[in-house]
Design a protein around this ligand. Structure first.
Ligand code: HEM
Length: 407
């Protein structure tokens, strides 16, 4: 099928606009229906929105590179090379394969299952501090514990963990239409980099049983055939990526859960009555309104798809959050249904070689947190006036979800 130029021009898909963040699905529907291979002349990106196109493209790392970054901002305005910290999410094979292997053992479902007591304790600690009647699901709960979990794994001392969360959250905030980060955000990034630099130096002298110490000890095969330890920047890259990828996403998923279940109270009650439905509910939340809206790739060759030609060196948005609502892939795709059979391929956690490394951790944290929420907010009302959407570059969700517990 060839799309008419008129339909493309008529769709103003601006990933930096508040109108997009307020209702991304409205845009996605139009893109899937009339511009599945969309080109945005203002920013110069392309976007794939149909499940049938996103899935093979996410697998095809030879055509679609991650090397320029995974958010549109990173691709449009790359950091100068000397300021870049190497992260696996921005690598292509063979480097990606070698580096991902170094940390994958820590994130297998079995290794993650062993962390369950630590995760339960972290969550319980924040639940204890909640006002039992009124609180903010994100600010007082879901944004607090995921950073605690991942920084515990990294080896950050308890007293510093929430400070790292604050530094992480500043560069994520955007004013309407803002592209890129401001001075405050730059300072916050510098503070957390300086913090991890000190921690890495300490662990180099006195290793402990934590991930930073382990990363300092492992050896990696280099492209030139040599075998070396990781550089300081590479260890910092892992710390920054794991904390960044592992904290915000889980926080957003659970905030979104509170908003969605307020609109589907029967399903909240069903979940409360039968906790074995929790894993299915988490998959459905990831499908229906997952935090990651898109991953960006960069074409390494010209691609022709549905009659349109994407030139080489083009940024392409893989609209995961549109693909998971594609009616051609999911019957009655706009219906939220925690009993929907799960196919095993949840695009909300990515797909292909970069699929979420922390998937098992994300699922376990979400299962335990949702279970806790069913107990501490068994019946609740949203304060809809107080709801605030996140305006982040590729992550959607809420920053404020005030609720009143009604029973
Ligand atoms: C609900 C929570 C989460 C969601 C929705 C999510 C989503 C994703 C997605 C879509 C990708 C693919 C990125 C791409 O293809 O460019 C990804 C990659 C990644 N995620 Fe997650 N994630 C979550 C939680 C976590 C957690 C808890 C961690 C652990 C620390 C984590 C660590 C990572 C890492 C390291 C990558 C990069 C993997 C690679 O490049 O090989 N994520 N995640």
């Amino acid at each position: 099928m060839t799309d008419s130029l008129v339909s493309h021009d008529a769709i103003d898909f601006d990933p930096f606009a508040a109108a997009f963040h307020d209702d991304p699905q409205r845009i996605y529907r139009r893109l899937r229906d009339s511009a599945p291979v969309y080109h945005n002349p203002r920013y110069g990106f392309w976007a794939l929105s149909r499940h049938a196109d996103v899935v093979p493209a996410m697998k095809d790392f030879e055509t679609y590179s991650s090397g320029r970054g995974v958010t549109l901002e990173q691709v449009l305005a790359p950091e100068p090379p000397e300021q870049q910290i190497p992260m696996i999410i921005m690598m292509d094979p063979p480097e990606h394969t070698r580096m991902r292997k170094l940390v994958s053992a820590v994130f297998t479902p079995r290794a993650i299952a062993a962390l369950e007591p630590m995760i339960r304790e972290a969550i319980a600690g924040f639940v204890e501090r909640l006002d039992p009647e009124r609180f903010d699901v994100v600010a007082d709960f879901s944004s607090l514990f995921p950073i605690e979990v991942i920084t515990t794994m990294l080896g950050v001392p308890k007293e510093d963990r929430q400070q790292l969360r604050e530094w992480l959250s500043i560069p994520l905030q955007r004013a309407e239409g803002q592209v890129g980060i401001d001075e405050d955000a730059r300072r916050a990034v510098q503070s957390s980099t300086a913090y991890y630099t000190r921690l890495v130096a300490e662990r180099r002298v006195r290793p402990r049983e934590d991930m930073i110490s382990r990363l300092l000890a492992v050896e990696v095969d280099r492209a030139d055939g040599s075998i070396t330890r990781l550089t300081e920047k590479e260890v910092l890259g892992f710390a920054a990526l794991l904390a960044g990828a592992g904290a915000e996403t889980v926080a957003k998923l659970l905030g979104t859960a509170a908003v969605i279940f307020a609109d589907h109270p029967q399903q909240w009650r069903a979940l409360r009555a039968d906790r074995s439905l929790i894993p299915g509910a988490v998959e459905e939340l990831l499908r229906y309104e997952g935090p990651v809206q898109y991953d960006v790739r960069y074409t390494r060759r010209e691609v022709t798809l549905r009659g349109r030609t994407i030139p080489v060196h083009s940024p392409v948005l893989m609209l995961l959050a549109s693909a998971t609502r594609d009616p051609d892939a999911f019957p009655d795709a706009d219906r939220f249904d925690i009993t929907r059979p799960f196919t095993g391929n949840n695009l909300g956690l990515g797909y292909g070689i970069h699929r979420c490394l922390g998937a098992a951790l994300a699922r376990l944290e979400s299962h335990i947190a949702l279970d806790a929420m069913l107990d501490f907010m068994p019946e609740y009302e949203l304060d809809r006036q107080g709801l605030r959407r996140a305006r982040e570059t590729s992550v959607a969700g809420w920053t404020e979800v005030p609720v009143r517990v009604t029973r």
